[in-house]
Design a protein around this ligand. Structure first.
Ligand SMILES: [Zn+2]
Length: 561
């Protein structure tokens, strides 16, 4: 395995006959997937997703890939190809289209329908190109072919990119469910043909590369899901991703069989299910789905609720139910069915939510205590089959944290891919493929770009550091009344607290430290208000860190006495 070194310089000019590959997201993290391909001066973008924030990024809505390296090249982009409709693959598209709205967006029917709904909210009218599994499309010098893949959302596509520099397969997210609910298999025969043709580079989903064996089939969940609907005396409250059409179909079928009416709760869930139903991906028996308000008039054992969070992900809604701030209030006898992965980052937070829901009287059924969820990603066994069928010359594991990428790289090596041809990279690392050989050649800008309300990229790592400090130690404002034009205090300092607590001794120490600092300032003839504010804030912060081991955000305000 060849791992990208830490400090890479900027890449050289792209090779004229080669293919340049630059992942801008999804490598080193699960989310904000985006890869840029460059050939003959033109660019092709595959996926453009968002990453959801962690607890250490308070107040952030979503995190985008860094588009800096594309800013001067927007007119060279031939197309954005979307492999499937998950937020971590399409959520960033509105932000890229804001920079150039007429970039054609290529994808399957459901993927583009989910994207269109999102773009309408952003007031963007996209140029859409519908493609199907088995279909082809030419985007400038990139000849594209699309291959059906099975995943936790219908209509997923892997994309073959043919240029004069060789043949590349990007799998997108996939697994190899042999008994999928919709009968749409990952097209291994197409993989086989590609292997025969000769595959120069494989970019392959790493999410489950550490998990041995095979991901079980969706159909194996049916008995456990049915069991929930048979035995629950109250409502069944299902928490799912707003895009998991097949899991929701299972829930609709089980509800119908038990005479339960179903209501969708959450804007993205209502919207996506309307789209999936209109396009025929979801089959809903007449009269089964009703408005949430109407479920209040039914006996609890005749009701199923299917809920999601505001971003389409399940945990946010569940957290609000657990804290009793959600419109759905848990009652004794309800079952909460957690039809999603348990651990998108924070295990203890999720178990906290499960405990609170249990305290409120719910029976919580989840992946940890029943077979009610299965991953959408290929496990190690499936990946090995793919390597052996595709026989790629070069491999670049994508979609995963560093440990997933390495595990995937190790699988590639075991199947005989030469160790120098397995590239473990990071977001922003640039790989050039020339004469069938892929090599790391440099690195471009790659920051986490934070979306916070209406702002994009305004929140920095420093802002987040302040927010973490505020949550841990609050804010302390220091008012300093100075004699006009001097650094001399006219009155003792005044302290205003919000969420910060200090003993009088600590504050007295801080005041004495400020007296000294201002005496120094007087000697140095420092009288500018902003400089004095900086001196006072730093002095107070240091003093409190020493005396009370607390580090609040300190704001000093200098006023003329
Ligand atoms: Zn996905």
């Amino acid at each position: 395995m060849h791992t990208a070194p830490r400090d890479l310089s900027r890449p050289p000019v792209a090779p004229s006959q080669g293919l340049r590959i630059t992942p801008l997201g999804g490598i080193g993290e699960i989310g904000r997937n985006m890869t840029v391909f460059e050939h003959a001066g033109k660019l092709l973008v595959v996926d453009c997703g968002v990453l959801f924030p962690e607890d250490t990024q308070p107040g952030i809505d979503v995190i985008l890939p860094d588009f800096t390296s594309l800013e001067s090249r927007l007119d060279d982009i031939e197309a954005i190809v979307l492999t499937h409709g998950h937020e971590d693959h399409i959520g960033g598209v509105p932000y890229l289209l804001k920079q150039r709205p007429d970039i054609p967006v290529v994808g399957s029917q459901l993927t583009l329908a989910f994207l269109s709904a999102k773009l309408t909210e952003h007031n963007i009218k996209p140029v859409l190109v519908h493609v199907e599994a088995g279909g082809r499309h030419a985007a400038g010098p990139f000849a594209l072919e699309f291959i059906a893949v099975n995943h936790s959302i219908p209509d997923g596509l892997a994309v073959v990119i043919r240029t004069a520099a060789g043949v590349v397969l990007h799998t997108g997210d996939f697994r190899m469910d042999q008994f999928p609910l919709d009968g749409r298999l990952t097209d291994l025969r197409a993989f086989g043909r590609l292997g025969e043709e000769g595959l120069d580079l494989l970019l392959v989903d790493s999410t489950n590369a550490e998990i041995p064996g095979f991901t079980i089939s969706e159909t194996e969940l049916t008995p456990a899901i049915d069991q929930v609907f048979t035995t629950t005396p109250g409502r069944v409250i299902v928490s799912s991703f707003a895009s998991h059409v097949h899991r929701i179909q299972q829930v609709l079928d089980a509800s119908d069989a038990r005479g339960r009416k179903v209501a969708f709760v959450g804007r993205s869930m209502v919207r996506n299910m309307r789209i999936a139903r209109e396009l025929g991906y979801l089959t809903v028996p007449r009269g089964l789905v009703i408005d949430y308000a109407k479920t209040r008039n039914l006996p609890p054992n005749k009701v199923t609720l299917i809920c999601t969070g505001s971003q389409g992900e399940p945990m946010a809604a569940l957290a609000r139910m657990a804290n009793e701030t959600h419109e759905v209030r848990i009652s004794d006898g309800d079952t909460v069915l957690l039809a999603s992965s348990l651990i998108p980052g924070n295990e203890s937070a999720i178990y906290g939510i499960i405990n609170k829901l249990t305290d409120l009287g719910a029976n919580v059924v989840h992946k940890g205590n029943a077979r009610v969820h299965v991953s959408g990603h290929a496990s190690a066994g499936e990946l090995v089959y793919c390597y052996n069928i595709l026989r790629p010359r070069n491999v670049m594991p994508v979609h995963g944290e560093p440990k997933h990428l390495r595990a995937n790289g190790a699988l590639a090596e075991r199947t005989g891919v030469p160790t120098d041809n397995v590239l473990i990279v990071r977001d922003g690392v640039v790989v050039d493929m020339v004469d069938g050989v892929a090599r790391i050649v440099g690195q471009v800008e790659n920051d986490l770009v934070y979306v916070d309300g209406q702002t994009v990229g305004h929140v920095t790592e420093d802002t987040l550091a302040d927010r973490r400090k505020l949550s841990a130690a609050g804010v302390l404002t220091v008012l300093a009344f100075l004699r006009s034009g001097t650094a001399e205090l006219a009155e003792p300092l005044e302290y205003l607290h919000r969420g910060s607590v200090h003993g009088q001794d600590s504050l007295d120490n801080a005041s004495r430290a400020v007296d000294k600092a201002l005496a120094d300032a007087t000697r140095n003839k420092t009288t500018a208000g902003d400089q004095l504010e900086e001196i006072i804030a730093t002095t107070v912060a240091r003093s409190l860190a020493r005396s009370s081991r607390r580090e609040p955000v300190v704001i000093a305000v200098v006023l003329d006495a």
